[in-house]
Design a protein around this ligand. Structure first.
Ligand code: C2E
Ligand code: CA
Ligand code: CA
Ligand code: CA
Length: 279
């Protein structure tokens, strides 16, 4: 039996999720999901709290499963990583995000950068830089309209190699941000060496703002750290007005979260994109 979860996702029952039969079944279905056209991207806005301007979008992967409905990435990305499928899936995500940007441009819309989440295994791929530049070139895009989100934890796993890869990506012109910032163990010294544009404050520190006894001390510290390094600070998971006003008072104007907008299919976002001058 399955039950409808938050966000309209259908989650597996506890038994099915942990049983090896359920796992095996899902694994086999996942192998063909991309070819059957069952993967799709939703887009969540990043907004300026001061002007209300749309600053960017984050592409978030979903699996439209024939029986289970819309499956959240937390359910199948770890599995894809485990069975060596994340490279193929990740390449599809990059290609799809680029094709969507192209479609919006062709519709005469003024696009904003779209951020794609990369997994550690993808970043470690020998050809990751050319894979990304091919996806951008195939869609005829400027590199600046694609952003990559890399988690702090994955960057700290093989620091020297990752610094080198990030420098090549930065030189190509794509935007880079460190995701889930504050949950890993990067030192200021390494942070200085990663050529990134932004730090995304992890949702746990944003929800702390409204929690008793903590008052958002970590969020404030990250905002200060980002600014002193010349980086943008983006808060993820902003759900309440109290969180929003606290963040703005601390100088963090870039916000993302259910308060700003939920992840939605591309078609629902188009109305937020302005017509391009001359169109
Ligand atoms: P993430 O990159 O940290 O993405 C943010 C997650 O928080 C998303 O969950 C988003 O829907 C959710 N979220 C956004 N605002 C709020 C809020 O205000 N409150 C709460 N409670 N949640 C909020 P989602 O879409 O289920 O994605 C989960 C994770 O799956 C992502 O975390 C990311 O690590 C991974 N992921 C998603 N798409 C991809 C992908 O294409 N490739 C890879 N490698 N990982 C992906
Ligand atoms: Ca992310
Ligand atoms: Ca995140
Ligand atoms: Ca997070």
């Amino acid at each position: 039996a399955k039950e409808a979860g938050r966000n309209g996702f259908e989650f597996f029952s506890a038994e099915m999720n942990t049983s090896s039969l359920g796992q095996l079944l899902l694994e086999n279905q996942l192998r063909g999901a991309a070819d059957r056209g069952e993967l799709l991207l939703h887009y969540q806005p990043k907004e300026c709290a001061i002007s209300g301007r749309l600053l960017g979008l984050e592409a978030l992967l979903r699996w439209q499963h024939p029986e289970l409905g819309l499956v959240a990435p937390g359910r199948f990305i770890p599995l894809a990583e485990e069975i060596g499928l994340i490279g193929t899936i990740g390449e599809w995500v990059l290609g799809e995000a680029c094709r969507q940007q192209r479609a919006w441009l062709d519709a005469g819309l003024d696009i904003v950068p779209v951020a794609v989440n990369l997994s550690a295994q993808q970043l470690a791929q020998q050809n990751i830089v050319s894979q990304i530049s091919n996806a951008i070139n195939d869609a005829g895009l400027a590199p600046e309209v694609i952003e990559l989100e890399l988690t702090e934890t994955m960057l700290m796993r093989d620091i020297d190699r990752n610094i080198h890869t990030l420098i090549r990506l930065r030189d190509m012109g794509v935007r880079l941000s460190i995701d889930d910032f504050g949950t890993g163990y990067s030192s200021l010294n390494y942070l200085r060496q990663f050529p990134v544009n932004a730090l995304k404050i992890d949702r746990s520190f944003v929800s702390d703002i409204s929690a008793e006894g903590n008052e958002g001390k970590i969020a404030s510290a990250i905002i200060g750290m980002a600014h002193s390094l010349g980086l943008e600070a983006i808060a993820e998971g902003v759900e309440t007005e109290a969180q929003r006003s606290f963040l703005v008072a601390q100088g963090c104007h870039q916000l993302q979260g259910y308060l700003i907008g939920r992840p939605v299919p591309a078609g629902e976002l188009a109305p937020r994109l302005r017509p391009r001058p001359g169109h």
